[in-house]
Design a binder for this molecule. Sequence first.
Ligand SMILES: Cc1cc2nc3c(=O)[nH]c(=O)nc-3n(C[C@H](O)[C@H](O)[C@H](O)COP(=O)(O)OP(=O)(O)OC[C@H]3O[C@@H](n4cnc5c(N)ncnc54)[C@H](O)[C@@H]3O)c2cc1C
Length: 606
Amino acid sequence: MPTYKAPLRDMKFLLNDVFDYPKHYASLKAGENATPDIVDAVLTECGKFCEEVLSPLYQSGDEEGCKLEDGDVTTPSGYKEAYQQYMMGGWQGLSAPEELGGQGLPASMGLLKQEMMGTANWPFSMYPGLSLGAMNTIQLHGSDEQKATYLVPLTEGRWGGTMCLTEPQCGTDLGQVKTKAEPQADGSYKVTGTKIFISSGDHDLTENIVHVVLARLPDAPKGTRGISLFIVPKFLPDASGGVGERNGVTCGSLEKKMGIKASATCVMNFDDAKGFLIGPENEGLNCMFTFMNTARIGTAIQGVGPAELSYQWALEYAKERRSMRALSGKKEPDQVADSLIHHADVRRMLLTQKAIAEGGRAMLYYSARLADHMVEGHLEGDDKKAETYDDKLGFLTPILKGFLTEMGYEAANLGVQVFGGHGYIREHGMEQIVRDTKIATLYEGTTGIQALDLLGRKVMLMTQGGAVREFTLRISNFARKHVTNKKLRPYAWELLKLAAQWNVLTVRLMLNARKDRDMISAAAHDFLMFSGYVTMAYMWARMAVVAADKLENGGEESEAFYEAKLATAEFYYDRLLPRAQAHATSMLSPTRNLMQLDAEHMAFTD
Ligand SMILES: Cc1cc2nc3c(=O)[nH]c(=O)nc-3n(C[C@H](O)[C@H](O)[C@H](O)COP(=O)(O)OP(=O)(O)OC[C@H]3O[C@@H](n4cnc5c(N)ncnc54)[C@H](O)[C@@H]3O)c2cc1C
């Protein structure tokens, strides 16, 4: 079975040449230490850890899964040792402030780390990933005492974290949360209820687990306005900040699920567990959403990762496996047959994977710059700056999360297809990537909910189309600069047309929605996918511009590397981007074709 190879050349091309991260880091306070040498060293070391430690555990972790015995969850063999190495390497605190024991590097460097770890072994990467969610929440909304108690052990990775939102009756509609929190005389709360599907709810990797829990105070208003946020540690911290008494929170069972089997997904029972309020009463959901944009970029990685991994393995296989002769004549006459890579249809699949992986990576790195500015605003207490970048990022996050995870799932499926029947057999690992990737379109807000967030909230309600106007202006300005360049003109023209079309579609949907409210839900998915294809087209054009320039003037990379970029850009524009037009047509079609059928008449099986 092949292993993961960190795509450092592609990462550096994007960081150094396309998005000029050296200049970006030089403009940030947290970027002071992110000199090109340090960035290089971090990428190389992290790549090594992912290739040598995490990747070999990917398949064995799936085979073995997690176990619940006598109330304690154990992770698959090798996970504990790998986590120790992760912790000792200081990886958890890479982007955390130095005063908390972190390395103080920019948030985007944490994303680069997450990308490599998540691609090598997504289920493993979920344990520290969830801890980051808890760290961010406490850092932004916790009291000074809570920060002093929890942030250092979380940053060091000695303690883990979870996000406990979902309950049996609700995942999307958190207004239905029932878990109760009763105030106690000492200022703490007794938390009682059941949470399901809790990632990293219990495990043997850390000495304590800090649950961040949504619950309802007595007499709280109904719905989302009556939800508060609590810290409920597995072990209560003792006076010296160490691990003290066991709290009333236990793992009731492990969910049996389709994929990510090495990630413990737990039913968590809170039974008069001692909890501590974070942030103001009844504003728990707002507090959760503050860091949602970064968390969702984190999940968007799960679109890029599987595309990359599945592509790496499918490419290797397509070069080795032989089947029939290429239609244009024998390519390897001294062999019994030509290898798969010579067949156009196999190339269609491979290049689709490549275009998604590299185009998706570019979307992530483009957005990670915005995240750096947003985090800097938060850390400096500059609310205006934080809000400005949160808005910019807020528009892109549903596109990243929704579009990239759908595309990642498509790429993973194509990986199975390249292997033919062997892709369906567990030994090769290709079907595992499909099973592991499907969850990305479901948690952290399903694709449908991302689409509603984009069209309904970010585009229509919050900005009346302004978010699309602002982003498309950026695209048009870029395209206009390159429209006279013979090589780049086709991309520039296409982008100018698409930018205009995106605005027209937005206005038409806003007008239609005034007459028919179902229009928003009916059009949202197509709008999200259209937005994703155009954003990725913008990224491919940006990569093409740099590649063309480097070919003419020379760059760090080989000519073949830049030529491959140009060839992939051409493939994307000619073969994947046309899908955007099908989405454009579909989103404007009347809601009648969805709503006219009576629910009773959906099937006639009785
Ligand atoms: C492996 C795994 C790990 C998870 N990890 C965690 C975790 O760590 N912490 C945590 O709190 N939760 C976690 N979850 C829960 C996950 O976030 C939810 O399952 C997810 O948010 C969807 O909620 P739901 O399952 O209740 O689906 P529902 O909300 O019931 O949705 C069902 C379908 O209806 C659609 N839908 C719902 N409402 C609307 C609407 N208003 N308009 C249009 N369509 C709608 C959805 O898009 C979806 O397609 C995890 C789930 C799994 C499976």
